[in-house]
Ligand binder design. Sequence first.
Ligand SMILES: NC(=O)c1ccc[n+]([C@@H]2O[C@H](COP(=O)([O-])OP(=O)(O)OC[C@H]3O[C@@H](n4cnc5c(N)ncnc54)[C@H](OP(=O)(O)O)[C@@H]3O)[C@@H](O)[C@H]2O)c1
Length: 253
Amino acid sequence: MDLQLNGKKAIVTGASRGIGRAVADLLAREGADIAFCARNAAQVAETEAALKGAGVEAAGAICDVADGAAYRSWLGEAVTTLGGVDIFVANVSAGGGMEGEASWVANFEVDVMGTVRGAEAVITPMAEGGGGSIVVISSIAALETFAAPQAYNAMKAALLTYAKQLGQAAAAAGIRVNAVSPGPILCKGGFWEDAQNSMPEQYQAVAAAHPAGRLGTPEEVAACVAFLASPAAGWVTGTNLIVDGGFTKRVQF
Ligand SMILES: NC(=O)c1ccc[n+]([C@@H]2O[C@H](COP(=O)([O-])OP(=O)(O)OC[C@H]3O[C@@H](n4cnc5c(N)ncnc54)[C@H](OP(=O)(O)O)[C@@H]3O)[C@@H](O)[C@H]2O)c1
């Protein structure tokens, strides 16, 4: 199937590692130009070079999504550099944390406002370009009781409501909005790789809770994001695609 991504212009937050990197790699292989951000300069440079190696335009920026002013400024630059925007993937998260109010503030600023500010920055240029697709990365932690009562889970749930309602509001402008909720994903240098070494029993229990007996990969999530981002998903909006290999047990009606 041709995803019709060739020549599209995509902005991906947090694309130097993990799921965001797999998304950027796949979109670039499909012919999309990419603007992305992350905080680590060396990893931004390495990613930018790798994406350019796929034969597309790539522009990496060192930008902390938690810094609202800097983030808005980068979003504007990214649209200008790309010459428009067809795809926005809101991927960055502050991660889980049990630091009391500090965790709530961090997950609100990064997960929620990182998505809201990004959507607000791209909606107008996306509409002017004839429409596009926004993909919000949530988590199965929003859907079922997971780990502990914490800001991460609640803020990921807020994103699902926001994505659904934004999809309703933006549809007339040809903009689709969907969420992807991954289950536990084994990323190089990520939380679960660390858990594999630091708490192997808990890691094995999580792996065993998957019907296939393993965690997912960033590439398996990226394939779903690329589909929703693409014109091939032209009649899909307001959905939440759970990408967890059957880790969650609820029936989706
Ligand atoms: N991995 C999982 O098991 C899993 C499961 C469900 C949902 N998710 C969701 O999937 C998304 C990606 O997760 P991941 O595991 O791939 O994360 P990750 O491996 O920690 O990668 C995060 C990426 O975002 C960048 N980043 C982090 N904080 C940033 C900030 N404040 N500003 C700018 N860039 C930032 C990182 O680079 P720098 O550190 O250099 O900034 C990196 O490129 C998140 O929304 C996460 O909640 C992940």
